[in-house]
Ligand binder design. Structure first.
Ligand SMILES: Cc1ncc(COP(=O)(O)O)c(C=O)c1O
Length: 421
């Protein structure tokens, strides 16, 4: 039985009947109240409190809360502020509902989903929890974010497993599925216990062909005992909410992601999905009990910013009402439009592959006239366009079309970049 539920039963009858779950929070200042039509992209955009005077091409960095998510946060916050301990007890099923909603999105079982606060926390739980022996190898790449490389460094120090880093492509815009898979397949050796990769590289916009990599890993595992099999572990954050796929089709073993980027879930939320959890040791005591399967058992306990955690359910529902496939198509369509426009500008070098299957929503490019920081500043100051810079040694101008942008805004962005190039 989970800790919060047990407390709830122990105190049943001692609490007053103040049914806070029924109390409605007042509308937040600045929230828009127009009826939501999930088939209308303007209506979808109107659910966001984002500054309407800006083109939000950095919205994926950290989510703004669409109205259903903001309302759910407000409702939970009001309940917590009024009668905290009682409200926590009343909401003892809220976490299960989040895991159910996440499972619906991924087409998997709630039992395979642990809730986290971020991608970074999920990667930490994963790479620190994997049972590795000295002499085993972690195979990773040069394209991963700090959260992966640092978690692997710490794991290596603690366990004695070595880390080998390979390059999957030399020129991102010319990357090919065959080459990526071939390089990875050639690097998997008999000691490789972990293959640690990132679904969509936030430094280049390259989307890895995870299903094909999963197939290569499965081939390498043929005949190996379970304790020696290579596990495909993925930082999924820039594909999650932007690419239309069931988790089973990715053919990975673990995927860590935030739900506060492309999904536009509450800030400070994420999940770790695992196919089988025997390879992992839990690091943080759970408050979620064992009835919810390994996902619950691996959900770090302690009290959380529950108003955010529980409102992740509404983020999955919002996404589901619009349609995972429609959102992915809308993202890809604008990314394609942007890439085509940028590629046609003299003085702009497109870094992200034009091929839709090797990219998602992130579009990176380089200008011959100025560095990425200057370009980002000029886009904001002169054109009211919010962009970002890749947080890596190699800094590119990074643009992320999503459900909060429009094809017209993408045209405007292409013209704005043209004036800077
Ligand atoms: C590839 C990648 N993984 C993880 C993160 C960190 O995500 P989170 O804030 O959910 O830990 C980032 C950037 O924020 C990223 O680009």
């Amino acid at each position: 039985m989970d800790v919060l539920r047990r407390r709830s039963l122990l105190t049943a009858g001692l609490v007053t009947g103040a049914a806070l779950s029924g109390c409605t929070a007042e509308a937040r200042p600045g929230t828009r109240s127009a009826a939501f039509d999930p088939d209308d992209w303007d209506s979808v955009r109107a659910q966001f409190p984002l500054d309407p005077d800006l083109v939000h091409l950095a919205a994926f960095v950290l989510a703004a809360h669409p109205k259903p998510v903001g309302d759910a946060i407000d409702r939970h916050r009001a309940g917590l502020d009024r009668d905290t301990a009682h409200y926590v007890q009343e909401q003892h099923q809220a976490e299960d509902e989040v895991r159910r909603a996440a499972a619906g999105y991924l087409n998997t079982e709630p039992a395979n989903i642990a809730l986290t606060d971020s991608t970074t926390m999920g990667l930490g739980l994963l790479y620190s929890g994997l049972k590795l022996r000295p002499g085993q190898e972690i195979l990773t790449t040069e394209h991963d974010f700090y959260a992966t490389t640092e978690a692997l460094r710490l794991t290596s120090e603690r366990t004695g497993a070595t880390v080998r880093r390979i390059r999957l492509y030399d020129e991102p815009s010319a990357a090919s599925e065959a080459e990526i898979v071939a390089r990875l397949r050639a690097a998997i050796g008999p000691r490789t216990r972990v293959v640690a990769v990132t679904w969509v590289h936030s430094g280049t916009g390259v989307r890895l062909p995870i299903p094909a990599i999963g197939e290569a890993v499965a081939e390498a595992n043929a005949g190996r005992p379970p304790a020696d099999r290579a596990l495909l572990c993925v930082d999924g954050v820039h594909g999650f909410g932007a690419v239309d796929t069931d988790i089973g089709d990715l053919r990975c073993d673990f995927l860590a992601t935030g739900t506060h980027k492309w999904l536009f879930g509450p800030r400070g939320t994420g999940l770790l999905w695992g196919r089988e959890w025997d390879a992992l040791a839990a690091l943080i005591p759970t408050f979620s009990g064992d009835a919810g399967g390994p996902g619950a058992a691996f959900t770090p306990g302690g009290y959380h910013s529950f108003e955010h955690r529980w409102a992740a359910r509404e983020a999955f529902e919002f996404h589901g009402r619009i349609g995972r496939d429609r959102i992915a198509a809308r993202t890809a369509e604008q990314a394609g439009q942007l890439k085509e426009g940028l590629a046609g500008i003299d003085g702009v070098r497109l870094v992200t592959p034009a091929t839709p299957s090797l990219s998602a929503g992130i579009v990176c490019c380089e200008l011959s006239t100025m560095d990425a920081f200057a370009a980002t500043a000029a886009l904001r100051q002169e054109h009211r366009i919010a962009a970002s810079v890749t947080p890596y040694a190699q800094q590119y101008l990074r643009l992320g079309p999503s459900i909060v942008t429009t094809p017209e805004q993408i045209d405007r962005t292409i013209e704005a970049v043209r004036t800077l190039a």
